[in-house]
Design a protein around this ligand. Structure first.
Ligand SMILES: O=C(O)CCC(=O)C(=O)O
Length: 271
């Protein structure tokens, strides 16, 4: 996609989709790698910073076609901040309530952040793809309430009430395609009523001048350009010895600490 059209669409709609990143065959291989990691590690759904441990996640998070789009959104200096697999099992009632990503982040520059969602299985309305409210990013922060529903994937069930869902636009993705969205774009997703798993790799990027006023000890990895600001301690990167991950017990333990630290950061100061 031409650079000016990424920028125009992001500015106008608050998201860009679909963007082809890898072939369907490569997406299937990355899905296999994720499912192999599940067999080794247990649940990986919604675990933070998977790119610090899993070679497949690292490869996708740092794919040049991804970073080219990210660069159009936030500039040439790019910190890879977080990545999670978001998985909805077939027939499960899990959903994502209407929300904006940046609600509790406390960033100093809300426009210097972008999220990517890369499909490793078909993301359709039936399987519970994301639905966006075009242009909603221009409203800035909107009030959320915390809800308590075990089916809501979000950590504290943060929800915007009263969204006009008739204006929502589904963002379906074929395996290997991605969407990119601004942190204030309102979005949601419904349960997976298809026969296959719905698997996405959700990744957050920041410009290095940007940081959270509220999250403690932030870490990330500079994946393009320069970082003269030094807000981010360097996260580990996976051993890239092969397509199958050969992580050690120590690297798993380190990843678990990073995952937990992010979880605490995302749920702190949310009263
Ligand atoms: O995976 C989903 O259905 C929702 C993901 C989401 O909310 C996000 O990428 O910000």
């Amino acid at each position: 996609m031409p650079a000016n059209s990424v920028r125009e669409r992001m500015e106008h709609d608050g998201y860009v989709s679909p963007v082809r990143i890898v072939s369907a065959a490569d997406a299937a291989a990355h899905r296999d790698a994720m499912e192999a990691a599940e067999r080794r590690l247990g649940v990986v759904h919604y675990r933070n910073k998977v790119h610090t441990l899993l070679a497949s996640a690292w490869t996708l998070c740092t794919h040049p076609s991804v970073l080219d789009v990210v660069e159009q959104c936030i500039g040439p200096d790019i910190v890879l901040y977080n990545s999670t697999y978001i998985i909805k099992e077939p027939g499960a009632s899990s959903y994502v309530s209407w929300h904006q990503d940046l609600t509790y982040w406390g960033l100093v520059d809300d426009d210097a952040q972008v999220s990517m969602w890369l499909a490793l299985a078909p993301a359709t309305l039936e399987s519970g793809c994301m639905e966006m409210l075009p242009g909603s990013h221009t409203q800035g922060a909107v009030e959320h309430v915390s809800t308590d529903d075990a089916d809501n994937v979000l950590l504290i069930g943060q929800t915007i009430r009263g969204v006009d869902a008739s204006a929502a636009v589904p963002v379906p993705l074929a395996p290997g395609e991605a969407s990119f969205h601004h942190g204030w774009t309102m979005h949601t997703s419904r349960p997976n009523t298809s026969a296959d798993r719905r698997i996405g790799l959700n990744v957050q990027y920041l410009a290095p001048h940007n940081y959270s006023r509220t999250a403690p000890d932030q870490s990330g990895i500079l994946v393009r350009g320069h970082d003269p600001h030094g807000h981010y301690a360097a996260d580990p990167t996976p051993s890239l010895a092969g397509p199958g991950d050969d992580f050690s017990a120590e690297s798993i333990a380190l990843w678990e600490q990073l995952d937990e630290k992010m979880r605490i950061g995302f749920t702190a100061d949310t009263d």
